[in-house]
Design a protein around this ligand. Structure first.
Ligand code: CO8
Length: 258
């Protein structure tokens, strides 16, 4: 499949999607968002892929939705086409883990795209922000919702109301990112984490991701019940038997993915 706004690569069980609109700092035009969705779905269905990385360039993960593409839209236009709906959310429907490897700007829709991934590894040059307010609008793909759940009300309000950016270290302290690494080792670090995940039992990885995600959708009591049932369900897998036997026998597990 030939893409115009992204590059895709498959390496060591990892699918890599690189946003590639250098002339616009990877601004998320409709065609790019569509291509990301297609590439993600393709990797999700590929049995050779155990983990996916979404990344951008050194200067920008993505500087937001494409302002030039949306600037002339009217209320009627965006309401009629239900602008920013399912296409944007494809990342959240992927069953395999998706890591955002962020260098440079992750602004507006770019920050929202990163937050749709399962976790973010940031280069020390990364900058996160929701500058929509400076354009006379507000975030529309999770900037007031996922960000608030990630960093709490005060910092989310600050970012959304001022449009200011925060650096990678601040994002780390706030819990927005999992890890900060030197810019020149970002891809290597993201690959390391992705290969670790891809080398584990895939049904167990899928179950674990589903369980963590449930924490965002339900009460603690319901979530605990859900987790317990999924935990029990892993005892139906050959891989659970293998994992524990391998530990007891002091050897590496040989996962069968079933
Ligand atoms: N959209 C379109 N083009 C962009 C965008 C963007 N978001 N960001 C940068 N570009 C373009 C610039 O226009 C410029 O193009 P040209 O060379 O043709 O003039 C090129 O990329 C390089 O940008 P700059 O010259 O501005 O680069 P600087 O290094 O000087 O500045 C900044 C970098 C600070 C990142 C600056 O480009 C900037 O402020 N960009 C806009 C950031 C922004 O406001 N993002 C939020 C957009 S709105 C949004 O994301 C809403 C999300 C809602 C959900 C999704 C809806 C579809």
């Amino acid at each position: 499949m030939a893409y115009e706004n992204i590059q895709v690569e498959k390496k060591d069980g990892v699918g890599i999607v690189t946003l590639h609109r250098p002339q616009a700092l990877n601004a998320l035009c409709a065609a790019l968002v569509d291509e990301v969705g297609q590439a993600m779905r393709t990797f999700d269905a590929d049995p050779e892929v155990g983990c996916i990385i979404l990344t951008g360039s050194e200067k920008a993960f993505a500087a937001g939705a494409d302002i030039k593409e949306m600037k002339d839209k009217s209320y009627q236009d965006v309401a009629d086409e239900d602008f920013i709906t399912d296409d944007w959310e494809v990342i959240t429907t992927i069953r395999k883990p998706v890591i955002a490897a962020v260098s440079g700007y992750a602004l507006g829709g770019g920050c929202e795209f990163a937050m749709m991934c399962d976790f973010i590894i940031a280069a020390d040059t990364a900058k996160f922000g929701q500058p929509e307010i400076k354009l006379g609008t507000i975030p529309g793909a999770g900037g007031t919702q996922r960000l608030t759940r990630a960093v709490g009300k005060s910092l989310a309000m600050y970012l959304c109301l001022t449009g200011d950016m925060i650096d990678a270290e601040t994002a780390l302290r706030a819990g927005l990112v999992a890890k900060v690494v030197p810019a020149d080792s970002l891809q290597e670090e993201a690959m390391k984490a992705a290969k670790t995940i891809a080398g584990l039992s895939q049904p167990v990885v899928r179950t674990c991701k589903e369980s963590v995600n449930r924490a965002f959708e339900t009460t603690l009591a319901e979530g605990m019940r859900f987790e317990r049932r999924l935990f029990h369900s892993t005892f139906a897998l050959d891989d659970r038997t293998e994992g524990m036997s391998a530990f007891a026998e002091k050897r590496k597990p040989n996962w069968k993915n079933r």
